[in-house]
Write a protein that binds this ligand. Structure first.
Ligand SMILES: Cc1cc2nc3c(=O)[nH]c(=O)nc-3n(C[C@H](O)[C@H](O)[C@H](O)COP(=O)(O)OP(=O)(O)OC[C@H]3O[C@@H](n4cnc5c(N)ncnc54)[C@H](O)[C@@H]3O)c2cc1C
Length: 417
């Protein structure tokens, strides 16, 4: 067994999973390493953060995904370093994992543009823990506002600032607005949740910059229709426990969410065959890689790009093992951009056709359900969306975690966990 070519894939995101799937017929043994035990469907993470979906509906145990693949070993471990010379990985527990071919698919983290100190006040959205943290902060803000006698403090508690108006920022802002205006009224006695302020802050001149002008204008107007305040061309210069300063103006906001794009710094610039320069045995794919198109523009950090790169590296590895000529250089094919604005509208930019409104929303919904893994999750997500669509009820409105929750529990004599 050990003489069989060993491919190690680090990261069970969209890129890593696709590479492992596509390597199925190749004469290799595969180890997939991830520091988390689950694959996460990040495009719906904002729904977990806004109590629309439960975390288990958008994540799957990696081990289960490969249970019918005896050629695949799943390792729950954090990769700390790559020893290029020895061709081994150093894992978090100090052990070494040798490889013949390495595929790095470790994703990217959000960029605070040199202001990492803002992270505790303005958490980003990348992991399930981020989603449950943001969900708890959103829901706790309303809980605290209900008990707050001071009107100024109450207003700050009911102000939600979202930094970055790409798809994630737009989707978060629209859903938080609907949560406040449609789901929560009636549940509170002292506050009117419809008075919550949702402020979407963007340094650039428009929302959804990757979309055509008319679609981003439509998205802005739709957000405003939902009661979101859209502040364009304003740079954030401070995030703190008091709130956010943007365009030189302070905004008292107890909840800030960082929805700025992922960090480009630290990405591995790769060759046209997605190998790391000087190391033909190491590939980097997905958000971890900086892949340039023939015109010099970088391939976007989105799921279809990571998947296409996963497919490509599997074909290169298989060709090498067959002794066949290498496939032509990687070419990214952009299918289009999608974003939702609340539960009834979306924008879709396929380049050759642009869609907006309810039709786009249904198409967005079907596309996401199609890309989810497993029948149970597809049914469960579809049912949840139907329920939200018809009744405005969000069933995952759970405050979990430590801090203020523990304080509340002590009062009632219960334990928080
Ligand atoms: C909130 C949000 C919304 C998004 N919405 C969309 C969307 O609507 N459409 C779209 O196409 N794209 C969207 N994206 C982008 C898309 O999710 C990414 O481009 C895609 O996940 C990249 O895939 P990947 O395989 O490169 O990395 P990831 O999917 O990020 O996976 C990386 C994996 O590597 C693991 N890992 C990282 N470091 C280590 C280590 N040192 N040791 C072990 N394991 C490690 C991580 O645990 C993770 O499982 C969104 C991203 C976010 C955060």
């Amino acid at each position: 067994m050990t003489s069989v070519h060993h491919v190690v894939v680090v990261g069970a995101g969209f890129g890593g999973l696709e590479a492992v799937h596509r390597l199925a017929p190749a004469p290799v043994r595969i180890t997939i390493v991830d520091r988390r035990n689950h694959h996460l469907f990040q495009p719906l993470l904002y729904q977990a953060a806004t109590a629309s979906l439960a975390p288990s509906e958008i994540a799957w145990p990696i081990r289960q995904l490969f249970r019918r693949r005896p050629d695949v070993t799943t390792l729950l471990a954090s990769v700390e370093a790559v020893d290029w010379e020895a061709r081994e990985l150093r894992l978090g527990d100090g052990s070494a994992l040798p490889y013949d071919t390495l595929v790095l698919a470790t994703g990217a983290r959000h960029a605070y543009f040199g202001h990492d100190a803002w992270e505790p006040f303005a958490p980003g959205l990348k992991t399930l823990e981020d989603a449950t943290t943001i969900r708890a902060r959103l829901l706790l803000a309303f809980e605290k506002a209900e008990r707050e006698p001071d009107k100024k403090k109450q207003a700050a508690l009911m102000t939600f600032a979202i930094v970055g108006a790409g798809p994630t920022g737009v989707e978060l802002a629209g859903t938080i607005a609907e949560l406040a205006r449609a789901t929560l009224p009636g549940d509170f006695r002292r506050i009117d949740t419809r008075e919550a302020r949702i402020v979407l802050i963007e340094a650039g001149p428009r929302v959804l910059p990757a979309f055509a002008d008319d679609l981003s204008l439509y998205a802005k107007r739709s957000l405003e229709g939902l009661g979101v305040e859209v502040a364009l061309g304003r740079t954030v210069s401070e995030c703190s426990a008091e709130g956010v300063v943007f365009g030189g103006e302070p905004l008292a906001a107890a909840t800030i969410i960082w929805a700025a794009p992922a960090d480009r710094a630290g990405r591995l610039k790769v060759e046209p065959d997605l190998t790391v320069p000087g190391h033909p045995e190491i590939f980097a794919i997905g958000d971890a890689a900086l892949v340039l198109r023939p015109d010099g523009r970088p391939v976007p950090g989105i799921a279809p790009a990571a998947k296409q790169e996963g497919v490509y590296v599997a074909s290169v590895i298989a060709a090498r093992l067959r002794g066949a000529p290498p496939p032509p250089p990687f070419r990214y094919k952009h299918a289009g951009d999608l974003a939702t604005i609340g539960k009834r509208r979306a924008v879709i930019d396929f380049g050759w056709i642009k869609l907006r409104g309810a039709v786009a929303w249904w198409l967005w919904g079907f596309a996401h359900i199609y890309f989810l893994i497993g029948v149970r999750n597809r049914l469960s997500v579809a049912l949840n969306w139907l329920w939200i669509y018809v009744r405005d009820q969000r069933s995952a409105r759970l405050i979990t975690g430590q801090g203020d929750v523990a304080e509340t529990s002590r009062c009632s004599g219960l334990k928080s966990d």
